[in-house]
Design a protein around this ligand. Structure first.
Ligand code: GRF
Length: 214
């Protein structure tokens, strides 16, 4: 099943680039239908345009409240026929307003082993805490910050020479690989999401075979 992706970004867009490269290389069965940035200066917009992808800027500052901002996002993404949404460095928290439009189909990549170090600058948080092992997580998005059912994780040992930037760079390579492996697994039905059975339960990720180790 070819994933029809909407990708939300706020900045650099290297995870978006990894998606575009994997599609071009034939390793990810997906089409990016729309890239939306909440900042007009997001560098990822240039990457999308270079790949011939439709882009939109929806500046959160232009909206009076979160609800109308999210309505605008949902309208664009549904009009573009997106069925999966990838948060690729999107720096806004999404509420039920947005999430209910794409139930269990919003994916985020985060540079830590969640539930450790959610929020901003997870790499610096991990270094400051003194962990010996960190990693990255791809998860379904719920209403918490960097929160929701985990789809895939990979680990990385912290080296003595790691500064925040060195560690972030080493993690970024892992992020790209893990994000692509997870999306490819969804597209090929090796990873499926079982909806929550009751109001209290969370959806569950079911892997056919082992989850990726990247
Ligand atoms: C990545 O580290 C991602 O995990 C986090 O924000 C960063 C975005 O980087 N959520 P990029 O814009 O994809 O290069």
């Amino acid at each position: 099943m070819t994933l029809q992706l909407g990708v939300l970004i706020s900045g650099r867009g290297s995870n978006l680039q990894a998606i575009l490269d994997a599609i071009a290389a034939g390793t990810l069965d997906a089409r990016v239908r729309l890239v939306v940035a909440n900042r007009p200066d997001a560098a990822g917009l240039t990457r999308a345009k270079a790949a011939g992808i439709t882009t939109a800027v929806v500046e959160h500052k232009a909206f009076g409240d979160r609800t109308t901002f999210e309505h605008a996002l949902v309208a664009l993404l549904t009009r573009a026929s997106c069925d999966w949404i990838v948060l690729a460095g999107f720096m806004r928290i999404l509420t039920r307003e947005f999430l209910s439009a794409f139930p269990e189909r919003v994916v985020n990549i985060h540079p830590s082993l969640l539930p450790a170090f959610p929020g901003l600058d997870a790499q610096a948080q991990a270094l400051a805490y003194g962990v010996h092992v960190t990693g990255c997580t791809v998860h379904l998005v719920d209403e918490g910050v960097d929160h929701g059912p985990i789809l895939a994780q990979t680990t990385l040992e912290v080296e003595p020479a790691d500064t925040r930037d060195i560690l972030a760079g080493r993690l970024l390579e892992k992020e790209h690989a893990l994000l692509i492996a997870t999306l490819a697994a969804i597209a090929s039905d090796r990873l499926s999401i079982e909806p929550a059975a009751t109001g209290d339960a969370r959806p569950t990720a079911r892997w056919r075979g082992a989850p990726p180790r990247v």
